[in-house]
Design a protein around this ligand. Structure first.
Ligand SMILES: [Zn+2]
Length: 87
């Protein structure tokens, strides 16, 4: 069971959270000019890395805010969690 550190509420059990997929996906600045491949990559292509991975999580049973987590996909160790407007 993961203990996730919500930047606003502190450590909580993972059952209070919803996983939101890979973090730091950047929308094309001019979607109407993006090629079909670039648009499909933006919509569907995600990394499936072994090791540290940046993810979006929502504290759905708490403050209902979204934030990012750096988690190791092998050990499940969470290195850090941070607000979406932080680097
Ligand atoms: Zn929270």
């Amino acid at each position: 069971m993961l203990m996730i550190n919500c930047p606003w509420c502190g450590f909580r059990d993972e059952t209070e959270f919803k996983y939101g997929g890979q973090a730091h996906i950047v929308r094309p600045s001019q979607p109407e000019l993006a090629s079909d491949k670039a648009w499909a990559d933006y919509l569907y292509m995600r990394k499936n890395e072994k090791g540290n991975h940046f993810e979006q999580w929502c504290h759905s049973s708490g403050c209902r805010r979204w934030f990012n987590v750096e988690r190791n996909t092998v050990t499940n160790e969470i290195t850090r969690s941070y607000k979406t407007d932080e680097k």
